[in-house]
Ligand binder design. Sequence first.
Ligand code: T3D
Length: 267
Amino acid sequence: MTDSAEELIQREERGAVVMLTLNRPTSLNSLTPELIDGLKAHVEAAEKSDHTRVIVITGAGRGFCAGQDLALVGGDSATPVNASLIRSYLDDHYLPLARLLHQGQCLVIAAVNGVAAGAGFSLALAADIRIAAPEAQFIQAFARIGLVPDAGGSYFLSRIIGPARACEMSLRATPVPAGEALALGIVSEVVPREGLIDRAWELAGELARGPLSLQYIKELFLEAGKADFETQLAKESVLQEKAALSWDFHEGVQAFLEKRPAAFQQR
Ligand code: T3D
């Protein structure tokens, strides 16, 4: 396949949900600057849109994302890789994408269809919810090539599974299969491969129909792992006041009292 910008990421939109499929299947959707920036452009567009609420990220073929395209990193054996270039590459490409996914208003689901390795694992970890096919495996592959976790890979993983297990996973770089990832809390569901995308649409649709407060909930948990108790109490109060001002809060209470399902309008 070619790597034209149009084909690198497939986009499908259904109502308030956008599904973005990484499309370099022959290298398990390994990441090039064009792929990272293309994904970021799609996420930015979703953030700017007045109707997109949920983004699903998945991969074409048998892999989710095998991390950095190593063919672009390795030179000839006599020439060491320029470390400062790697630093600026991270700063210019990976980090803006990680920030946008983690801190943006859209809710993000990673539908992990196959292996997620290195920065591909970090990408999945930046999502708010991960579901996976039984074939998926998660590898903190960085140490295999003499690197450290990046693109948020240490931050997210230690918050999800605890620093000790995250450190061990990163030191040993052994694959964690989907079932173990479920037990560890890395993914919230394991779904048969053939049903994974349907399940992702369903879950995304459920979130998209939810109240406006879902975006405040995402914001609340941005800091929850590191804020002290008083700071988090204050943040809850501020966001609760905002949520209470929403039409959806009124609708939620009315629906309860009238014993009917709520019809939220995300306002
Ligand atoms: O700028 C910087 O570099 C800093 C940023 C670093 C961020 C990172 O992500 S570092 C980590 C990079 N990723 C890896 O180290 C993972 C490399 N891949 C693998 O270890 C294995 O491919 C997997 C464990 C992910 C899957 O193994 P398997 O046996 O299922 O598949 P395979 O046969 O190894 O791969 C299939 C094809 O994809 C193969 O190509 P071929 O032989 O069919 O032509 C393989 O070379 C290619 N491929 C897989 N991963 C990458 C890749 N090509 C380029 N880059 C890859 N990361």
